[in-house]
Design a binder for this molecule. Structure first.
Ligand code: UGA
Length: 442
């Protein structure tokens, strides 16, 4: 029999988790304070682009297993299993994570918990948060220590959110090792179908679980910055970063995944997570342990600056009056997310240096317009490229990989291309008369 589950927060993480828990056969109530978001979700449409999510939403709304509400009393009455999936963005002007959304879920929910309940945190939080929240709950919940706070980090990637939730690499559950309660048993029940397929289920302390998430993202960020640092060396040494990544990636201890050099990482997770991790380590007195992440961050930001620089050089030393076509705005393909997107950041910097910049992205136009209203937005590749002195591919959408260089050449003023994701075939573009420039590649 399915469990009754409430999921607090209906952004990427919460909406996907709610839909997938219903897909597993549970009765799910998605809770958010944003009624517009809920209205969209309740009509079977996610307020963001995530392949496959609308279908899962629609199927489970139709079969009655998935509903949405703004009411915390309704959620507390309905479920004894509560997942927290709200955002933990970077604090303004600081590296640390802003935990106000997580804290306010607990502040509003805990006083309503009169029966034994389990709260599973899924948001990415600084180590020590779960233990702190447990103390808050103890002070606020009528059911007192019958309410358990456990941490169950989420490792999903945007663009693969459904698959990563229903077929994860592993499930990590952090519990209070001193006073283990029902959390493990409840999690085993919630995820029984997934565990039955052989997915590893790791029970750890709450601190280890919190760290598993932040250190996984720190590792991935490090891997990307490592290859981007190698790309810088390739540039000056006359070597090729794609061949290098292939050559080292065949070693299974290294692995080829996340070794794609380019304009670097962005999004709502990796950049802010490494910063929050550094801030937390500092608070705990272990700041030296993570000083390398500062370097990871600067290598990554340098990619953006050097792409702007390269563009400037290629148009003859000054961007003033140049017409620049930017293909891609999302922080990665198959997403409409533009949070800390290298593409938009580069487009913005180029515009600040006096160029006129036309941006096109298959999915992220609306979000881009909201964030960077002063850039020019085109309805398609052709419109963006008309009269361009230089064309930049900054997000590796399939549509851009498949562009026809011969056709595009008839639209631009100068056939110059910067491949910021090393996703095009240089020979094909050169054969059509383009000046091709990859990052760290010939
Ligand atoms: C990342 C992690 O991959 C997830 O495991 C994690 O759950 C998630 O953050 C999170 O904390 O919620 P996501 O932000 O969706 O997922 O995106 P990634 O696929 O990790 O890509 C991050 C950035 O790195 C993108 O801008 C991408 O273009 C860039 N990247 C990725 C590279 O520049 N090179 C690569 O080889 C791989």
């Amino acid at each position: 029999m399915g469990c009754k589950i409430a999921v607090f927060g209906t952004g990427y993480l919460g909406a996907t988790h709610a839909a997938c828990m219903a897909e597993l056969g549970h009765d799910v109530l998605g809770v958010d304070i944003d009624s517009n978001k809920l209205a969209s979700l309740a009509s079977g449409k996610a307020p963001f682009f995530e392949p496959g999510l609308d279908e899962v939403l629609q199927a489970n709304i139709e079969n009655g297993r998935l509903r949405f509400t703004t009411s915390y009393p309704e959620a507390a009455d309905f479920a004894d299993i509560h997942f927290i999936g709200v955002a933990t963005p970077q604090k303004r002007g600081e590296f640390a994570a802003d935990l106000s959304y997580v804290d306010s879920v607990i502040a509003d929910l805990a006083p309503l918990l009169t029966r034994p309940a389990t709260i599973f945190g899924k948001s990415t939080v600084p180590v020590g948060t779960a233990a702190r929240l447990q103390q808050t709950v103890l002070g606020l919940a009528p059911a007192r220590d019958d309410v358990e706070v456990a941490w169950n980090p989420e490792f999903l990637r945007e663009g693969y959110a459904i698959r990563d939730t229903l077929q994860p690499d592993r499930i990590v559950l952090g519990i209070d090792r001193e006073r283990p309660g029902r959390a493990e048993q409840v999690a085993r029940q919630v995820y029984s179908d997934i565990i039955a397929t052989g997915v590893p289920f790791l029970v750890t302390s709450r601190e280890t679980a919190e760290l598993a998430k932040t250190s996984a993202n720190a590792f991935l960020a490090t891997k990307i910055s490592f290859i981007n640092a190698m790309a810088e060396v390739c540039d000056v040494a006359g070597a090729d970063i794609i061949e290098l990544a292939d050559a080292i990636g065949y070693d299974p201890r290294i692995g080829r995944k996340f070794l794609n050099a380019g304009v670097g990482f962005g999004g709502g997770c990796l950049p802010k997570d490494i910063r929050a991790f550094m801030a937390r380590a500092g608070e705990l007195g272990a700041n030296q342990a993570l000083t390398f992440l500062r370097e990871v961050d600067s290598i990554n930001m340098r990619r953006r600056a050097s792409t702007v620089e390269k563009t400037r050089e290629l148009v003859g030393g000054s961007l003033i009056g140049a017409r620049v076509a930017v293909l891609g705005a999302a922080f990665k393909p198959d997403s409409d997310d533009v949070r800390d997107s290298p593409a938009l950041n580069i487009a913005g910097q180029i515009q600040l240096q006096g160029a006129s910049v036309a941006v096109y992205d298959p999915k992220a136009m609306e979000n881009s317009r909201r964030l960077f209203p002063t850039l020019e937005y085109a309805v398609g590749v052709a419109e963006a490229c008309i009269g361009a002195d230089i064309t930049l591919v900054l997000t590796e959408w399939e549509e851009f990989r498949n562009l026809d260089p011969a056709k595009l050449k008839t639209l631009v003023r100068e056939p110059r291309i910067v491949d910021g994701r090393n996703c095009l075939d240089p020979e094909r573009w050169r054969a059509c008369g383009w000046t091709y420039n990859g990052l760290g590649t010939r």
